[in-house]
Ligand binder design. Structure first.
Ligand code: RUQ
Ligand code: CUA
Length: 682
């Protein structure tokens, strides 16, 4: 009796610990001043003198804010907040006509998301500074940012997926970005009972190619797996090139109360996917074509985003493609899966595990060759745990989640429950050091720490809870990162810095890889926006029914035109503003009183369009919102709005006015003549 109770009690204790998010810093007792960043030289190590640059760019996911934060390291200074999945009224992202299509999905316009994992593009397994990918977790999407502009250039929706958590995780040469569904769903979606979970739901993994010249993504194939929750992923490299690994939990396939029901088994799985094999099977026609509607949003070279609609996907099943997928048993509800720089070790983080299991790729290959199977899961061979495991890190701490590497043979694992980073050796899997984090570290990050060539100087803890580390700010406290010096034998905490949104994961690389490649301005002469005006002479205002197009310019320190009359209540006024500047760091803003959407921020040489629908009669100012010169406050204008029935003619003060007004008058006269002929409609 008591024997049967004990395991359950232990599990209950675990669950209580997890649910409560225990804040006990296991390392705390051991912490001495030098380890906590209080030593005199900690400040000097993170101090970047005025006018000097940081050594690394770091890209933090914004979590629930759907954006990317760019920070300098080691200073922790925030450099930029790049809008990705979420509308950003500060610069009009997702509000301007040119950028709205970026938020199109098969569910309609979705102007927000939950962004978790930034991934730098890699060449030969090393971050190359070209692009940054990031997943949208809620409405499954992958975005690509261009690192010469720090702007989002492309967003690809992932069909047959829900909760795009194990994404985007690039392969060694950015052949693919991947997307594993966290929530299994009916694929394609249909009306079925949730009770039919096991039979009717699938766990779909998606592989999207990345064009090596343009970065453009395209869904190559999907793989239909059992209805587990696919949580995280990393690609193989070197000897394990051609494989991608996905953790899964809920191999119990519970469809309710997962907290308990998905924690029954001792081991869940890492899915090892041989994507080279998948390519063969697809080439041999073994993938089934399946209709699927998904948005692919791409910024054109005219600066205008457009949506192309995907109509189908090719779906592979392990049954149709033997050798495609294997399951590696892994304790227990594994979360992170990380591949060491040599490509030999596959490290899992089991949220509920008491060890850190380390699989060996070469042992896995041998186990496959020897058919060392321990049964199967819906046709997918399960490899014997003992046949693939290289070792287990014993007593690492509580709640291992994610592991990164320093390139010197060491691994660093975040311990969520015991709030610490644990350093261990890839040689003998022995713990070498531990440093407390404040508090509840989720991901951790070493620049290049998931690549073949980590720049192993710093580690960052991305903490879930801040508690008492900063001045309090009401019920919601600042999000927090902590920077550690990992260059010596022992880790040393150097700095706390607050971050925006909820940073889940981050990636970093030496600034030298991108710094010199920054785009300084858009070329005005090559501006292909159909409403771009390249000089003040060409500015104009044109009406077509209830739509008015204002093609205007901004330059220090005025708009052309800055006096507009002849607008009527209810008109849709399209302000197409072109920034004529051709200097670095001279954006202009544009804002109009009462606009129901946003303001605009115009980069030099760029055109952006804001729609304004005036709802009342009056004369309304518009002005520049970006302090651009000593006469920035003079950068303003007025637009007059008359009653709907008004016949006041369009009028504006730009050099084009006379010519356009005469042309319009002429057109109106012949229009009159036309109508008179047909019975005097006017
Ligand atoms: S995770 S909850 Cu990357 Cu550990 Cu998203
Ligand atoms: Cu233009 Cu301020």
């Amino acid at each position: 009796m008591s024997r049967s109770i004990r395991p359950r009690t232990r599990r209950a204790a675990w669950l209580a610990l997890i649910a409560g998010g225990a804040l006990t810093a296991a390392g705390c007792g051991r912490a001495d001043a030098a380890r906590l960043g209080e030593a005199g030289d900690a400040a000097a190590k993170v101090y970047v003198a005025p006018g000097k640059y940081d050594e690394f760019y770091a890209f933090f996911s914004g979590g629930f804010d759907g954006q990317v934060g760019v920070y300098g390291l080691p200073s922790g200074r925030l450099l930029k907040h790049v809008p990705v999945f979420a509308q950003n009224p500060e610069n009009g992202w997702g509000y301007s006509e040119q950028t709205k299509p970026m938020m199109n999905t098969s569910y309609g316009f979705v102007p927000w998301d939950d962004a978790h994992h930034p991934q730098l593009s890699q060449t030969a397994g090393v971050p190359d500074g070209r692009w940054l990918f990031i997943n949208g977790n809620n409405t499954p999407r992958i975005a690509r940012l261009d690192l010469t502009r720090f702007e989002t250039e492309e967003i690809l929706e992932i069909p047959n997926s829900a909760g795009n958590h194990s994404s985007p995780f690039v392969t060694e040469n950015t052949e693919y970005v991947v997307a594993g569904t966290r929530f299994s769903v009916p694929a394609p979606q249909r009306d079925v009972s949730i009770d039919d979970y096991k039979e009717a739901f699938s766990g779909m993994l998606t592989f999207a190619t990345v064009d090596s010249a343009t970065g453009h993504m395209a869904i190559a194939f999907q793989i239909r797996l059992p209805a587990f929750d696919y949580d995280l992923s990393h690609a193989g490299k070197g000897p394990s090139h051609g494989w991608s690994f996905f953790t899964s939990y809920n191999s119990e396939q519970g469809d309710t109360k997962l907290e308990v029901n998905a924690s029954q088994r001792d081991k869940d799985y890492i899915a090892a996917i041989n994507w080279k094999r998948a390519e063969q099977c697809v080439a041999e026609g073994k993938a089934a074509a399946q209709p699927a509607r998904y948005a692919h949003n791409l910024m054109g070279d005219d600066g205008i985003a457009r949506t192309e609609w995907g109509t189908g996907v090719r779906v592979l099943t392990p049954a149709a493609c033997p050798g495609l997928a294997y399951y590696l048993p892994t304790p227990k509800s594994p979360h992170g899966v990380d591949v060491d720089p040599t490509g030999e070790y596959i490290v899992a983080g089991g949220k509920l595990a008491t060890v850190i299991p380390v699989h060996s790729f070469s042992k896995m290959q041998k186990a496959i060759a020897d058919q060392a199977f321990d049964g199967e899961e819906q046709g997918i061979p399960v490899l014997k745990y003992q046949a693939t495991i290289a070792g287990e890190v014993q007593n690492p701490g509580l709640g291992p989640l994610h592991t990164e590497f320093d390139g010197r043979g060491n691994a660093y694992t975040s311990m969520f429950l015991s709030s610490e980073i644990v350093k261990w050796s890839l040689k003998d899997f022995k713990v070498l050091d531990r440093a407390p984090s404040y508090y509840s570290v989720g991901h951790l990050m070493i620049p290049g720490g998931d690549s073949r060539k980590p720049w192993g100087k710093y580690a960052i803890a991305l903490n879930k809870i801040t508690k008492d580390r900063y001045l309090p700010t009401g019920p919601e406290l600042a999000q927090s990162a902590q920077l550690y010096d990992i260059s010596g034998d022992r880790m040393r905490l150097l700095l706390d810095f607050p971050t925006i949104g909820e940073p889940h994961y981050a990636q970093a690389l030496p600034a030298s890889l991108i710094k010199e490649r920054q785009l300084k301005m858009y070329s005005l002469m090559q501006n292909k926006d159909p409403y771009a005006v390249r000089s003040e002479k060409a500015t104009k205002v044109e009406r077509s029914g209830g739509v008015v197009h204002v093609s205007m310019t901004s330059v220090r320190s005025h708009f052309m035109p800055d006096k507009i009359e002849g607008i009527r209540v209810g008109d849709s006024v399209y302000f197409h503003v072109t920034n004529l500047e051709q200097d670095w760091d001279v954006p202009h803003g544009f804002a109009v009183l009462g606009a129901n959407n946003a303001e605009l921020l115009l980069m030099p040489g760029q055109t952006r369009t804001l729609v304004w629908v005036p709802g009342q009669v009056g004369v309304f100012p518009f002005y520049c919102t970006d302090f651009c010169s000593a006469l920035h406050q003079e950068m303003q204008g007025y637009i007059r709005v008359s009653p709907k029935s008004s016949s006041i003619a369009l009028k504006w003060n730009s050099p084009s006015y006379q010519a356009v007004a005469e042309r319009d008058e002429h057109a109106e006269r012949s229009d009159h003549d036309d109508h008179d002929e047909h019975g005097g409609k006017r």
